[in-house]
Design a protein around this ligand. Structure first.
Ligand code: MG
Length: 118
């Protein structure tokens, strides 16, 4: 498995070879991330969960590409902000384990996102 930092390095090499760094401000990267999330969502827009499930193979290639675009902008944004996702993601998962102990939340609490810790 390739690490996030190795993938980010490849993304940076691709970007720098094209001299696009000047466009990659945190604001522009955050906006690009939102655009790519929109492109991902467009694949399933207006469809029920069942409809999405039934056509996942048909849209898998496009979905892979859009999710990759999202990851690319996310990794670039983290890089430009000096955030090491290989350190922060495990830390955040650990924090979530403590925030949401197994079996501690009702189905309604999970569904509506209401906790005492919000
Ligand atoms: Mg895209």
């Amino acid at each position: 498995m390739t690490s996030i930092n190795k993938i980010t390095k490849k993304i940076i090499e691709f970007r720098d070879a094209r001299e696009w760094k000047k466009y990659h401000t945190p604001k522009n990267l955050a906006l690009s991330l939102i655009v790519e999330i929109g492109e991902l969502f467009e694949l399933i827009q207006w469809q029920s969960d069942n409809e999405i499930k039934n056509q996942i193979e048909r849209i898998k290639k496009q979905t892979e590409e859009e999710i990759s675009d999202v990851a690319i902008y996310l990794f670039l944004l983290a890089h430009e902000l000096g955030i090491d996702l290989e350190e922060t993601i495990p830390r955040k998962i650990e924090k979530n384990w403590l925030k949401y102990p197994v079996g501690s939340l009702s189905e309604d609490t999970i569904k509506w996102g209401k906790t005492e810790k919000n």
